[in-house]
Write a protein that binds this ligand. Structure first.
Ligand code: CA
Length: 220
């Protein structure tokens, strides 16, 4: 992992790449705790996921499903477009996880379909999926009870949580196999998938490696 400021690499960030983050607040801690335990770790390193929609001359546009207060003081809960540079201020740690060669080729070949789907989700303000976010985080029960577990989420894109947006766009772009359930991926689960370039970059915060980054085979 390299630790570099956004200014040094902003031109290298590409559509489809995963931007993932963590905060030192209780919400991030609780997500990192439950998703870490499900992965047999004390704490997951990351708690939120965003996907790169476009890079316009170094201005990195993102899509994310999140809870935000807009400029008029209204609470937003769902899929929105944001700007990486603006969003940096909201987090304590931020990593850029670039797609690797195979995933990049798949994304580039199917980018139009994935971007169309992302823009439609922004346009219809697809609501935030708190229930499936909770289910995806508590995977430890699924390992015992399989699909009868109360924490097993059937794939459903009517509502979307943060890492579900990334996984769904990747599935549309064939970065992930069509048989995979995108409603079961936590931010840490996504960071472990073997879809990335060998090297990733921390853009912000005290240095923290993502254990098991890029380690789980996707195409076997
Ligand atoms: Ca969902």
């Amino acid at each position: 992992m390299r630790h570099l400021s956004l200014d040094l690499i902003r031109g290298d960030i590409l559509p489809g790449d995963h931007i993932t983050t963590a905060c030192d607040d209780w919400l991030s801690f609780s997500i990192r705790f439950v998703t870490g335990i499900s992965s047999f770790r004390w704490l997951a390193p990351n708690s939120h996921s965003m996907i790169v929609l476009a890079n316009e001359g170094g201005r990195v546009r993102l899509v994310e499903s999140t809870l935000l207060t807009n400029g008029r003081g209204e609470q937003m809960a769902g899929v929105i477009e944001t700007d990486l540079e603006v969003r940096l201020a909201a987090f304590d740690r931020v990593w850029w996880l670039p797609l690797g060669t195979r995933a990049r080729a798949a994304w580039n070949a199917n980018e139009a379909a994935a971007v169309k789907w992302l823009l439609e989700r922004i346009a219809d303000c697809t609501p935030y999926d708190a229930w499936q976010a909770w289910q995806s985080g508590h995977d430890w029960l699924d390992k015992v009870l399989s699909r009868w577990s109360p924490t097993y989420a059937r794939e459903s894109w009517d509502r979307l949580f943060c890492s579900e947006v990334v996984a769904a766009a990747w599935k549309i772009a064939t970065v992930l196999p069509s048989s995979w359930n995108t409603s079961e991926f936590s931010p840490y689960g996504l960071a472990r998938l073997g879809v990335y370039a060998p090297e990733y970059v921390q853009l912000l915060g005290k240095r923290k490696e993502i254990a098991r980054y890029n380690s789980e085979p996707v195409w076997t």
